[in-house]
Design a protein around this ligand. Structure first.
Ligand code: NDP
Length: 327
């Protein structure tokens, strides 16, 4: 038996989440069983701890879209007991049981060996949000980051915090957009040199193009904010679109694409091929200063998760929540 956060659905279709004891034979199919050490709280986890947001197919469900731990059993020749591994994506924690448990079972193809220089706790301080932030930065680099400040939206959240720290560490000037003035010192500590309040960017304008300002952008917010930012990009600059914390609609025009050659790059962390995953994790170990990562982390236990799930959906979580599943 082991502990897990179990989400159940009653006959009226209402879900409830609580810590429960589970048998190993209830774990899903897979050729690698992992003794999970840490997981994290991401926006999607908020949906899956609650009513599911259309992500969860069957109940009871164990959420947790990422985890790091030690291989316990494996019939996959790439992994042997004792190996440290990390998992993000593949819809784990959505349509199959995830990391909010002391054990997880998955196909070996979904795992990545823990990169040299990272502990399981550090890997989860990065987690899905940080991994996605790295993919977003790599996509910007591929298309060329222009001189001048790089904008990060939703900056005090998980993706935004890690993107701010990585970009700043790579020597870019980072302008951080936040709706929470109280996070200014935190964001400056991560390396942001300019703090912009959310309302300033969200103000509407009829002008499809404004001054060419940003040399690149990592956008975790979408919606009206992304639409406005597109018209402020420098000629030929790129936006990595990561999330929709501010809405799924995009009330934009095609003008920034036609007259400024702006690139809108979609970032999907879920289905990345293994070689990209390994490359992104290696870059994280090198390009993300660990002292900045420590400043982003708040610790949690399995029993904290029902409340944290609600908080993250309201945009009230700062940085990264690392869940010690054995605490
Ligand atoms: P967080 O909740 O940690 O961060 C989101 C941030 O967005 C908040 O902290 C807040 O930043 C800002 N925000 C929240 N609500 C609004 C709003 N209504 N208007 C404007 N800004 C808002 O989430 P994550 O960082 O984990 O994820 C961010 C987004 O990226 C989510 O939509 C998530 O689903 C998506 N995502 C996508 C992935 C992919 O593969 N494409 C992978 C991981 C996440 P502040 O307080 O600074 O204003």
């Amino acid at each position: 038996m082991f502990k897990a956060l179990l989400v159940e659905k009653n006959e009226e279709g209402k879900t409830s989440a609580s810590v429960a004891e589970i048998n190993e034979d209830q774990l899903p199919e897979g050729n690698v069983t992992v003794a999970v050490e840490y997981s994290t709280v991401n926006y999607k986890d908020g949906l899956c701890i609650g009513p599911g947001g259309g992500l969860v197919r069957t109940y009871p469900h164990v959420p947790g879209i990422d985890f790091a731990g030690t291989v316990e059993n494996s019939s996959d020749e790439r992994y042997k007991p004792g190996d440290k591994v990390v998992l993000t994506g593949w819809r784990v924690g959505e349509n199959r049981w995830g990391g909010y448990a002391q054990k997880a079972r998955v196909p070996g193809d979904m795992l990545v060996p823990l990169p040299e220089g990272l502990t399981p706790r550090q890997a989860m301080a990065v987690g899905t949000a940080g991994f996605t932030a790295m993919l977003a930065v790599m996509a910007l680099e591929k298309h060329g980051i222009k001189d001048g400040p790089v904008l990060v939206t939703g900056a005090a959240g998980g993706v935004g915090s890690v993107a701010t720290a990585i970009l700043s560490n790579l020597g870019h000037e980072v302008a951080a957009v936040t709706g929470r003035p109280e996070t200014e010192d935190y964001l400056r500590g991560l390396g942001a040199t300019q703090i912009i309040m959310r309302d300033e960017i969200n103000e509407t304008t009829k002008r499809p193009l404004e001054a060419e300002t940003w040399g690149g952008c990592v956008d975790a917010v979408g919606g009206a904010m992304l639409a406005r930012v597109l018209g402020q990009m420098q000629y030929g600059a790129s936006v990595s679109a990561v999330g929709l914390a501010g809405g799924a609609g995009l009330p934009a025009t095609v003008i920034p694409f036609l007259l400024r050659g702006v690139n809108l790059l979609g970032i999907d962390s879920v289905m990345q091929p293994t070689e990209n995953r390994v490359e992104a994790w290696k870059r994280i170990a090198v390009d993300l200063p660990m002292e900045k990562l420590d400043a982003m982390v708040q610790p949690a236990t399995l029993s904290d998760l029902p409340q944290l799930g609600k908080d993250i959906l309201k945009g009230q979580v700062k940085g990264r929540v690392v869940v010690d599943v054995n605490a």
